[in-house]
Design a binder for this molecule. Sequence first.
Ligand code: DX5
Ligand code: ZN
Length: 218
Amino acid sequence: TKEILIAPSILAADFARLGEEITAIDAAGADWIHCDVMDGHFVPNISFGADVIKAIRPMTKKVFDVHLMIAPVDPYIEAFAKAGADVITVHVEAGPHLDRSLQAIRALGKKAGVSLCPATPEAVVEYVLDRIDLVLVMTVNPGFGGQSFLESQIEKIGRIRTMIGDRPIRLEVDGGITGDTAVTVAAAGADTLVAGSAVFRGKNCAEYAANIAAIRLA
Ligand code: DX5
Ligand code: ZN
């Protein structure tokens, strides 16, 4: 089995000290930096955009995992690529043409991800398997940190793991991930775990490191 990666979501960071927070989670052992971009239209919340990502990009060498919860998404893909995203994930529900969005991401030399909301069935992934580097299964409804993990998604994670087979595609989960739910999702086949509140609980690098270590150990 593949190594499990932990991707803290900076949505739960202190935005007044965002640069320091990036430095802290880098030192605390984060594998990837997960950036939740929300537009107040596709999801009922607004977070930050490409300029913020560009500003914090120099703070770490770690992979920037950019989760776009925006619709339309195509007009903004290039801006996030230029801002320094390594992985760009779009929502299948953001439409209108998922295949086109994924091609655009790869044409910019970035890794392409597709995300599914809780009510979206896994079949949507079937015909884009050769265009993606990552599938992101939302284990909460997108829009806010700190929500409860949806058990209904465990079966979907397992089915997507089977669909992926031996392809080099990471299977990421996002929402309500704690030491407890990490065990469940990893057993179901997830290999990349996003965690916001469970990592940024606490106030300094040592506490973040303990939080990341607790998830990893689980
Ligand atoms: C939800 C975001 C998640 C969220 C996770 O729309 O995509 O990344 O911040 O936060 P926690 O880990 O607190 O559920
Ligand atoms: Zn996310």
